[in-house]
Ligand binder design. Sequence first.
Ligand code: PMP
Length: 311
Amino acid sequence: MQATDKIWLNGELVDWAEARIHVASHGLHYGTGVFEGIRCYATDRGPAVFRLLDHLERLRASARLLYMRLPYTVGELRRATHELLQANGLAECYIRPIAFYGYGELGVHTGSNPVDVAIISWPWGAYLSEEGQRSGIRVMVSSWRRVDANTIPHAAKATGVYLNSMLATHEARRCGYDEAIMLTDEGYVADGPGETVFAVRGGVISTPPLSTSILPGITRDTVLRLAADLGYPVVERPLIRSDLYLADEVFMTGTAAEVTPVRSVDDHELGAGPITLALQQAYWEVVRGRDRRYADWLDLVDVGAPAEAEA
Ligand code: PMP
């Protein structure tokens, strides 16, 4: 990971190397945190954060599901993100807001522990490699099931949930695949470790419904809208693993993964098909501000003004 100048920590911009927390922080021990992954893209009007408010609203919803009170409003977190991006001066970057129970008590109950909030930004290229984005990735169905709705609320992007994702990723890499797809306890297709899953058959695009132990992906929402606008039929329905094996195309989406074609699932060969590539192209156009119909999704960062002028 490439260090940048500043990190926003509990209301202040601090030097990257100084953004420290105590080892007795509750979140470190029990995974009691919520976070977001957001991207800022270079556009011809300067850097623009893609769907920033939607991500911050999801952060707030994740916190609610953990009974956590965020000490900042969505508006304050938006301003903090802008301040940070102005200070770091990157044309394109990944943004990671995180809120977690901090230092105080170390019982499992969160007690009176403070909620610490940080925002980190740094350059991060293609999550599943440039080659993967061009030609597709090889995916396996994981032996690890995605957390069930009654185990941990799956709509929460909570830090502890990512132990589930880590195990699935680790298994996939150990077995020589690029990425995993997790099923629900009942055997329906859920999510990748950090991605939503889509299948295309006979020109129809399918993806699991939000009730299927998946994270309500913001890229999922973007792609559903783009697909509908491009005239492709879209259905949200439960999928089983053979729907993936028999699909004409499978692709995965996420803020980090963007739109990534899947070239095989459990060694059933698929192609980087035309619908995936059309959606990938449409996604690039939107996030880079070249399709003005979706300009509302871009939150432009004013890097012209010096950071001090923001006070
Ligand atoms: N599922 C999981 C489990 C994820 O971690 C992510 C990444 N946040 C996604 C789906 C995709 O969500 P989004 O498009 O909002 O990044």
